[in-house]
Design a protein around this ligand. Structure first.
Ligand SMILES: NC(=O)c1ccc[n+]([C@@H]2O[C@H](COP(=O)([O-])OP(=O)(O)OC[C@H]3O[C@@H](n4cnc5c(N)ncnc54)[C@H](O)[C@@H]3O)[C@@H](O)[C@H]2O)c1
Length: 251
């Protein structure tokens, strides 16, 4: 028996990286899955491979959200898990961060998570159960230089998660945030304009001595999507190799 048998999940930003790893695990654990992204070719290929559905979804678009939720319910009969995973990163120092760049990050990371949560209240209420997993970051727990917009958006996700958990708990809908540390995906190199970035030095700074793999976050997301986490809501789940176990004064 799969740990997600009977669940119907919509996972954003699932064409690659951590979202794709979650989609693979969800299907393996028995969930029916809609993979949603703006990377249509990669998303469709993964959906075909897994026997999942693919839906184009720009998480900053209300219309796209309406279509993605409708498609999922039409195709699978319900929607009981949302993984708000899509996100973008932008490096720049505060004094040089343009309003356009700040707003771009907020639109995808923060407004995207807000629209996603709002869009699934109705189908999850109808189902009488649901789990929303919001992917924040260690930057939702502590600040990081050169990441003002990203840090703001990830703190916002952490806060919104708690509001949603408080409002939706009596409807049987749980809402939690996930806080990964440095994970081995294309995100950092993409934010650096496509350059190959060696992140292993960051890994050496944490207790476990390495960066994380997308599958290690997918395991946590499966737990939160499943009934195994039935008494967890409004909570922060950290998977960071020990990055936040210390502070800047560490020797
Ligand atoms: N990689 C890390 O070190 C790290 C650490 C902490 C948190 N995170 C968070 O994990 C999540 C997944 O990131 P990842 O590491 O897999 O990176 P990634 O860049 O590989 O994946 C992000 C996905 O989001 C998609 N996306 C971007 N904008 C979108 C939009 N407007 N609408 C829909 N999809 C969109 C991308 O196409 C991509 O498939 C993000 O929220 C990220 O902020 C990443």
């Amino acid at each position: 028996m799969g740990r997600l048998d009977g669940k119907v999940a919509l996972i954003t930003g699932a064409a690659r990286g951590q979202g794709a790893a979650a989609a693979r695990r969800f299907v393996a654990e028995g969930a029916r899955v809609t993979i949603a992204d703006v990377l249509d070719d990669e998303g469709k290929a993964l959906a075909d491979e897994l026997g999942a559905a693919y839906q184009h979804l720009d998480v900053s678009s209300e219309d796209d959200w309406a279509a993605a939720v409708e498609r999922t319910v039409d195709e699978f009969g319900s929607l009981t898990v949302l993984v708000n995973n899509a996100g973008i990163l932008h490096f720049s120092e505060l004094a040089k961060t343009s309003l356009a760049d700040y707003e771009r990050v907020i639109r995808v990371n923060q407004i995207g998570a807000f629209l996603g949560m709002r869009s699934v209240v109705e189908p999850m209420s109808h189902a009488g159960a649901g789990s929303i997993v919001n992917v924040s970051s260690v930057e939702g727990l502590a600040g990081m230089p050169y990441l003002v917009a990203y840090t703001a958006s990830k703190f916002a996700i952490r806060g919104m998660t708690k509001v949603a958990a408080l409002e939706l708990g009596r409807k049987g809908i749980r809402v939690n945030s996930v806080h990964p540390g440095m994970i081995d995906t294309a995100m950092v190199s993409e934010a650096a304009g496509g350059a190959e970035i060696d992140t292993s030095w960051v890994g050496k700074k944490v207790a476990l001595g390495r960066v994380g793999q997308p599958e290690e976050i997918a395991s946590l997301v499966v737990f939160l999507a499943s009934d195994e986490s039935s008494y967890s809501t409004g909570a922060e789940f950290v998977a960071d190799g020990g990055a936040t176990a210390t502070h800047a004064l560490k020797m």
